[in-house]
Design a protein around this ligand. Structure first.
Ligand code: NAD
Length: 473
């Protein structure tokens, strides 16, 4: 059976198809509609028509619909998770969590919209001035493959809550859960055409969305290179964009840190989703005096992680493709001045021979200027560098083109807050690390990691524009 786009609440066949493959086995899974510009045009038309209805609905109706959609996603959690694991290889438990987080976005923004107020501005007795937040209209979203359901919920829940309608292109590799969720949205009462999913490839459907004249806000989650193209297309039409791009986030571990806690959180933060996480903490900057003891604990944590097919309940699944696995390996092998402590090769355990598996890897003593310390690897690879002074630690933490997340590990409250102030990032954790943070916490990058904010109340501002109304009384 072919997976087609969902436009105006219904399947929309395309003229051509392409095949998606299971990264754990290399086997083909399904054929998917390869939509092009004409299909994107149909989706935008449907979104414009639905917008006239959806934006006028009482806020309480919009709220109830989104909360109902959250419930439907939860009810279908296992089914959605099975599809996700097949498409992108992640362990089933992580895929289930992704479905539940996706539901949380719809619940959070469905509820948040009920208390999203404008303001009244004091001028004088004969003037009433107030502000309103109004939707942009049709929001275009182009998404990455690493957390397909989470990224969908994150990108469209705030947009829909604020009265926009959406045209979404899921990643080429992982379109199927988005299609399922769009069908659940119709069941939940979202008007057909409010959430359209256009399946296809970046240079076809993706580019057509980024250039469409009736899309008035552009959201993008993916690599900085493609983000620059999408942002350029938006800038040419003078429309705003939200760019959620890559990361090279650092854990700064001071000499007084709780090493056990740090080692456990660092391991989870880099091995979740096999390291294919924008907010993975992929660099450790540790005080030289505790490097040995931290490494000892990290190696133990890494050794406990099993690598294998996601549906078999392993901790670390395959990378998204053989091409990505080979890229990770070439970065590990490129000159970095360090020493591989664990991993550093293709995985060879049971069930890994046909898939794109890579062993969880730690490299110590890397040159902070080397490629592997500077570039986003997008694999289960942690690089470790030491520091002597606080100033040096902060300089190292900020010394990449990215600025998405950061973490500080110390029991000294002053060191913790000073470091958090000085780390350039959209989110900084102190003595913890939650990849991506929570649904209610604003998320987004600085520098090459992007701009704009998703998640939290900030996202409601991102998906609306303000209007000031001034009345002479
Ligand atoms: P990618 O840039 O290759 O693709 C992202 C999306 O862009 C896909 O849907 C693709 O089809 C589309 N696309 C490709 N070419 C296009 C074009 N010319 N015009 C319009 N769309 C086009 O990224 P990827 O490999 O899918 O994802 C990995 C990247 O995503 C990593 O860098 C990761 O850090 C980043 N990411 C960031 C966040 C975040 O929130 N900051 C979250 C997840 C992933």
């Amino acid at each position: 059976m072919t997976t087609w786009s969902i436009i105006n609440g219904k399947q929309h066949p395309a003229d051509a198809t392409y095949t998606v493959t299971n990264p754990a086995s290399g086997e083909p899974i399904d054929s998917v509609g390869r939509s092009e510009r004409t299909d994107v045009n149909a989706a935008v038309e449907a979104a414009l028509a639905a917008g006239r209805l959806w934006s006028q609905k009482p806020v309480e109706d919009r709220s109830k619909t989104l909360v109902k959609l959250a419930e439907k996603i939860e009810d279908n959690c296992d089914r959605l998770a099975a599809i996700e694991t097949e498409d992108c290889g992640k362990p089933l438990a992580q895929a289930r969590n992704d479905a539940m987080v996706c539901a949380s976005y719809f619940r959070f923004f469905g509820n948040a919209i009920m208390t999203y107020y404008g303001s009244q501005i004091p001028i004088d007795d004969s003037t009433l001035a107030y502000t309103k937040r109004e939707p942009f209209g049709v929001v275009g979203s182009i998404l990455a493959w690493n957390y397909p359901m989470q990224l969908l919920g994150r990108s469209v829940a705030a947009a829909l809550a604020t009265g926009n309608t959406c045209v979404v292109k899921p990643a080429d590799e992982t379109p199927r859960t988005a299609v399922e969720i769009a069908l659940l949205a119709v069941e939940a009462g979202l008007p057909p055409g409010a959430l359209n999913i256009v399946t296809g490839l970046g240079q076809g459907a993706g580019q057509a969305i980024s250039e469409h004249p009736d899309i008035t806000l552009m959201g993008f989650v993916g690599s900085p290179e493609t983000g620059a193209k999408v942002a350029t297309a938006a800038a040419k039409r003078l429309i705003p964009s939200v760019m959620e791009l890559g990361g090279k986030s650092a854990h700064v571990v001071f000499s007084d840190a709780n090493i056990e806690k740090a080692a456990a959180a660092i391991t989870k933060g880099i091995l979740q989703n096999a390291g294919q996480t924008c907010s993975a903490g992929s660099r450790v900057i540790v005080h030289a005096s505790i490097e040995e003891s931290l490494l000892e604990k990290l190696v133990k944590e890494f050794e406990r992680m099993s690598t294998g097919p996601g549906e078999k309940g392993h901790d670390v699944g395959p990378l998204i493709s053989m091409k990505q696995r080979d890229r990770v390996h070439s970065l590990v092998q490129a000159p970095h001045g360090g020493r591989v402590v664990i991993g550093g090769r293709f995985a060879s355990g049971e069930g890994t021979t046909d898939g794109s598996f890579y062993e969880p890897t730690i490299i110590r003593g890397v040159d902070p200027k080397s490629q592997i310390a500077q570039e986003e690897v997008f694999g289960p690879v942690l690089v470790v560098t030491t520091f002597e002074t606080k100033e040096e630690a902060i300089k190292l933490a900020n010394d990449t083109e990215y600025a998405l997340l950061g973490a500080v590990w110390t029991n000294d409250i002053t060191t913790a807050h000073n470091a958090a102030d000085q780390i350039l990032a959209g989110q900084v954790f102190i003595n913890s690390y939650g990849v991506g943070g929570g649904v209610g916490i604003p998320f987004g990058g600085w520098k090459k990691s992007g701009y704009g904010r998703e998640k939290g109340i900030d996202a409601l501002n991102e998906f609306t524009q303000s209007k000031s109304i001034i009345v002479a009384l």
